[in-house]
Design a protein around this ligand. Structure first.
Ligand SMILES: O=P(O)(O)OC[C@H]1O[C@H](OP(=O)(O)OP(=O)(O)O)[C@H](O)[C@@H]1O
Ligand SMILES: Nc1nc2[nH]cnc2c(=O)[nH]1
Length: 177
């Protein structure tokens, strides 16, 4: 029995995740033909999605990692977004595709879009595996979207609860939360 089975129920299973990630990769491959693509992976939640997606993008690309945090272990945003790790190179003139796991209130992405736009990239788009519109506090346009979900706190496939459950291989919900 897996370590999480008593705590986590399945919302989106592995097969459905992989099928959607593959389709998004194909779409991105078509859209960025002839361009030098930089994936800006938002730590830590997006890492599983980003690495699977990158494998389905049939283009030469560069990986950058940007750490932000605002939930600090709980299920509610603190409302204060902090950069915990910055990218390794200047972003000016680059075609940036932000890779995120979830847009919930939108506060993290609103902060990040403004921050990256100020660095004058050639283009700036967003891929997010999940969107939770019920809790949106600001409108975020998602260029490549995996799934729209209801107002539940999800874990797995990179998403944590108090830093745990990121390695659950599907998108799950905490039982009794
Ligand atoms: O739309 P919002 O309400 O701002 O929520 C979305 C953000 O919350 C999570 O990050 P978190 O701060 O938990 O950091 P983590 O990715 O390191 O877990 C998630 O990975 C998003 O970045
Ligand atoms: N793990 C997790 N992190 C989030 N950050 C914003 N929404 C969520 C969520 O539903 N689950």
């Amino acid at each position: 029995m897996a370590f999480y089975e008593n705590d986590v129920g399945t919302l989106i299973d592995e097969a459905k995740l992989q099928e959607r990630v593959r389709a998004l990769g194909a779409e991105i491959t078509r859209d960025y033909q002839g361009k030098e693509l930089t994936l800006v992976c938002v730590l830590k939640g997006s890492t599983f999605f980003a690495m699977d997606l990158a494998r389905h993008i049939d283009l030469p690309l560069t990986l950058e990692f940007l750490g932000v945090s605002s939930y600090q272990g709980g299920t509610e945003t603190t409302g204060e977004v902090r950069i915990t790790t910055d990218v390794s190179k200047p972003m000016a003139g680059k075609h940036l595709l932000i890779i995120e796991d979830i847009i919930d209130t939108g506060l993290t992405m609103s902060f990040l879009l403004e921050n990256l736009r100020a660095r004058h990239p050639a283009s700036l788009k967003l891929a997010s595996l999940l969107e939770k519109p019920a809790r949106a506090r600001t409108k975020i346009a998602i260029d490549y979207k995996g799934f729209v979900i209801d107002d539940v706190f999800v874990v797995g496939y990179g998403l944590d609860y108090a830093e745990k459950y990121r390695n659950v291989p599907f998108i799950g919900v905490m039982k009794g939360k």
